[in-house]
Structures are given as C-alpha cells and as structure tokens.
Design a protein around this ligand. Structure first.
Ligand code: GLY
Ligand code: MN
Ligand code: MN
Length: 435
C-alpha cells in the first residue's frame, strides 16, 4: 500500500476547509551541507511532505484559499540537463502539475517575483513561522512590496498565523493507508531486532550489531533509520540516549537496542533488551519481568476514551510494585509514587506519539487536561528500569538497564500492537536465541 497524489490532495482539501481564507506558504527542509560539496542524506520536511508527497529539496507549497476552497501552486526545482547529470532527475514544474495534482507549478527561481501577486488583498498568511528563515524573508519582502502598492487601492496581509497546529492535529489521527504503512515500518524493525538477537552470538562490539540493524532496514527497502540506533551493552543501557555504539561486549550482560526505521516517510520505534549469552540470569530475569508486566498492563489501558497519561500512570504503578518487592524502594506503593523515589530507576515518560516523526506532532493536553485518546492515534509504550551502581542497591542489579518498547495504534475498542513480531517474553527470547 502506498499514498498516491489523490491522498495528498485530499489532505490539502481538508486543510483548506479548516483555514477557510488566506494564503498558505510552506517550504520543505533545506539540504544540509556535511562538508565541502557533500550533503547529509536529504530528508524532506514532514509537514510539507504530508501535504504534497514531494521528496525533492528547494520546493515551496502555496495555497490560495477562499471560502474553504484552495488553488494549489508548487514552486520546485526547474529541469536542468547539466545539474540532473550530477544530482539526479528533477520532476520539474511541468510534470508536477499532473503528477502531484496541483493547479499551477513554477520554478523555485520565480518564487520572489510571483509571491506578491498571491498576497494582494489577502489578510492572512499561514506558514510555519519561526522555522524557515529563507522563506520568511521572501514572504516579508513580498508583503512589503504589496504594502508599497496600497495607494493603487490594494491591501496587504496583516495577520501571520501559524498553520502547524492545524496540520499537526490532522497528522495525529492516522487513516487506514497510514496505518498500513506503519505496520510495514514496524514489521521491518521487528525483523531487524530479531536478527540482532541472533547476530550477537558471533559479535564482539556494539557497532557490529548496529550494522545488522542497518542491513535489515536497507535490505527491506526502508528509507533510513528513523533515529540514531541505540545499541547499548551492559551499563551503557543506563544512559538513555547512548548512541556511541563502540563498546566491547561482555556476554554475561544484557543488551538494550532501541532502533526503528522509516518506511515511506513513517517511523517505527522499538526497544528490546536481551541477554547476550541467550540466558537471562536470575537478577536480570527479576527486573526484566517487572518491566514486561508494566508494559503489558500499560498496553491494556489504551483505548478510545482513556486519557493519554493513563498508561504512563499504570506503568509507573506496576514498576513501583516491583521495585518495592525487590526492596529497591521502601514504603507503600502510593507513598513511593507520591515521593517520586522510583525516579532513581525510571526517569522518563512511558510513550509519545509516533508517525512521520519518531516523536510525532500533536498536543498531549487539551485545556490543561491529559488528552482523550481516539481511534487512529499511534503511540509508543516504553517503560524501563535503569539501575546504576549505587551502594543502596544490591550488586547483582548494578549496571542493568532494561526498556521494552512497542508501537500501538488505538482501535475501536483497544489497540493493535504494530510491533508484535519482535520477540519479547523471556521464553520467546531464550528460545529464539537458542534455536
Ligand atoms: N527512540 C526514541 C524513543 O524511544 O523515544
Ligand atoms: Mn520511543
Ligand atoms: Mn525508542
């Protein structure tokens, strides 16, 4: 399944209906220079791509909206035989009209010249203000040009409105095609995690496992990792954003892998933790089972009508019960939750929206309250426990970091776990690693 130009057009139509009147101008992401004449791998802007499906850099989408109806104009790189020999084929304005289903298309070189004409007698300009300096310079120049014409009886825009909240609310609820794409992103990432569990047997360094993940992502046609993969052996797993991935492996320890890929512009985000020798030790098992219980219970809480915070609170309660059982925290469950003493071992939230961006857009609160969940929202469920070497903690637990992360979509009455193929229970992991 793939998104086609009519899907992107429908999104523009929906957005125009909401905005009602004005001119929308948004740019895709700029290319980033790595050094000399080499660029970082190009990644388009998520909002721009959401509305166009267009992957080339140097492009601007303009929509003239009146009465909820839009005329759509695309500015893009012109065809250029010489440049295309070096950098690849460009769609060009002429083909863009049909292939991207837009009403007009021009060379990006014409943006500054044409922009004022779209702004005449408009009151509102919608954009992603504060994000794209070069585009904003063009817009302000164009507004000033229109202002200089006011004695000719025209008016210039006087309201600059941030369009992101409208687009982000749309992006928060995924439709069936998006969910199908996210299933595939999840499937590929699950294969990569399962592959890593097998590859550990012959590996000596963390980076060898990172290579296995990349191999599976690219072999399956994923665009790229959705974020830098975390391959953390032993106590490196207690560093939440560890991405060095250089350490030598001590096979008696656990490995934590947090890795996901991007498939057709959508991310997956999975964490698995497993014993590098294929057999959980007693101490590893005790902590692992607590995190697993917390994750499974948290997933059960997610359904339409529940609040976003509910599953975090559920996970914290199960983790705290486990920490008290193991005497890592003292007192009553409510007392430890209230004092926050558990934060020595669990210092992050239990999940975030997932979509085109790994930490996807959309508000987490409404009118000061945690957001009510709706069908089509996609989020991660990722409790963990991270035990640093500390005199107050039995030595057997020192340096153990565990996180278990799945991606779920809210359905009519609960969730679908998109990442269910990545092995997760103690039995599943041990049998897979010892086949
Ligand atoms: N991989 C980033 C996260 O889990 O939030
Ligand atoms: Mn995550
Ligand atoms: Mn993650």
């Amino acid at each position: 399944m793939a998104l086609i130009e009519q899907d992107f057009k429908l999104r523009r139509t929906k957005l125009a209906r909401q905005l009602k009147k004005g001119v929308l101008v948004i740019a895709t992401a700029p290319q980033q220079i790595r050094n000399a004449d080499t660029h970082f791998n190009y990644r388009w802007d998520s909002n721009f791509h959401y509305l166009t499906g267009f992957r080339e850099p140097n492009a601007v989408l303009l929509m003239v909206i009146d009465n909820g109806e839009a005329k759509t104009v695309l500015f893009c790189q012109p065809k250029d035989k010489e440049k295309e020999i070096w950098d690849g084929i460009r769609l060009g304005p002429e083909a863009a009209i049909e292939q991207l289903s837009v009403d007009e298309a021009y060379s990006i070189d014409e943006l500054n010249e044409k922009l004022p004409s779209y702004l005449i007698n408009q009151s509102t300009v919608y954009s992603t203000w504060g994000e794209r300096t070069a585009l904003e310079e063009s817009i302000f120049k164009a507004i000033n040009q229109v202002k200089s014409m006011v004695r000719q009886g025209v008016s210039a825009p006087f309201q600059l409105v941030d369009v992101r909240s409208a687009i982000h609310e749309m992006r928060l609820i995924k439709d069936q095609v998006e969910i199908e794409i996210m299933r595939q992103a999840a499937h590929i990432a699950a294969l990569a995690h399962n592959r890593a569990m097998l590859a550990i047997k012959n590996a000596h360094y963390e980076y060898e496992i990172e290579a296995e993940l990349l191999h599976e992502f690219k072999k399956q046609g994923a665009d790229a990792p959705a974020y830098p993969s975390i391959v953390a052996a032993g106590s490196n797993a207690t560093i939440l954003h560890y991405i060095e991935n250089q350490a030598y492996l001590n096979k008696q320890q656990l490995m934590l892998i947090d890795a996901g890929c991007e498939w057709q512009g959508y991310a997956s985000d999975i964490t698995r933790t497993f014993p590098m020798n294929g057999q959980f030790s007693e101490a590893q098992k005790l902590l692992y089972q607590i995190v697993l219980n917390a994750q499974l219970e948290a997933i059960k809480v997610i359904k339409p009508g529940a609040q976003f915070n509910d599953y975090h609170h559920c996970a914290v309660r199960v983790l705290v019960e486990g920490l008290i059982d193991l005497k890592l925290c003292q007192g009553s469950v409510d007392g430890v939750i209230e004092s926050g003493d558990y934060r020595r071992f669990y210092m992050h939230r239990t999940g975030h929206w997932l979509g085109r961006d790994v930490h996807d857009v959309g508000e987490y609160t409404h009118n000061g309250h945690s957001r009510t969940l709706e069908e089509g929202m996609v989020m991660t469920v990722e409790p963990g426990l991270y035990v640093r070497a500390d005199a107050s903690v039995p030595e057997a637990f020192h340096g153990i970091g565990i996180r278990i992360e799945d991606d779920v979509v809210v359905t009519g009455n609960g969730v679908e776990v998109l990442t269910h193929e990545a092995y997760k229970t103690i039995d599943e992991i041990e049998s897979w690693m010892n086949q």
